[in-house]
Design a protein around this ligand. Sequence first.
Ligand code: COA
Length: 175
Amino acid sequence: MIPLPDPPLSDDLIGLRPWRPPDAGALVAAWADPEIARWTTLPPRTDRAYAQRWIAGGSQRRERSLAIDLVIVPLADPSDVWGEVGLWDLGRVPNSSRPARQAEVGWWVDADQRGRGVATRALLLFSAWALDALGLHRLVAHTKAGNPASTRVAEHAGFQLIEADDGGQLFQLTR
Ligand SMILES: CC(C)(COP(=O)(O)OP(=O)(O)OC[C@H]1O[C@@H](n2cnc3c(N)ncnc32)[C@H](O)[C@@H]1OP(=O)(O)O)[C@@H](O)C(=O)NCCC(=O)NCCS
């Protein structure tokens, strides 16, 4: 079981909360954004019915310890959707004799909200919580070549570059 952050995570500008049924339209709009389509992995379908189904499945994904996805919202209006930060379980850390677990993190921000630190804030809040509250040993993040904004977000949130090739970069944050 992956619990929700309790108390919910926030700083002086943003908060993180679970997806809710009224967010389906915002999720469809995000999936239609060319940058989000280019740099993240979209689901097999990106229509409203699928968005509703995906949102409804969030609790089950957490209960089965598969993933947690949180909406980035403005503190001033938590019904608004500014982006998403989430993680999915990757199981044990390779070559580790201890029962150390790891997860991969991902994020996106709505086009209207980019360029003012929203992704960095969200990743800082979320990754500190994930390492501490979920007892994870490390978080990894892949950024693809040609996506410098995302690389900057990982760096700003304290992730360390551990591998780079023509395809992109692999970052990690450890406890
Ligand atoms: C990547 C993304 C999440 C960044 O969100 P954001 O809220 O604008 O990010 P931040 O404002 O916290 O930081 C962005 C950083 O990238 C920099 N940046 C933005 N565009 C850039 C570019 N073309 N080249 C170099 N740096 C760039 C910004 O200047 C900023 O760095 P700075 O604070 O040192 O100036 C957003 O652009 C997005 O959703 N893109 C599409 C989806 C995506 O790429 N997801 C990540 C997949 S790994």
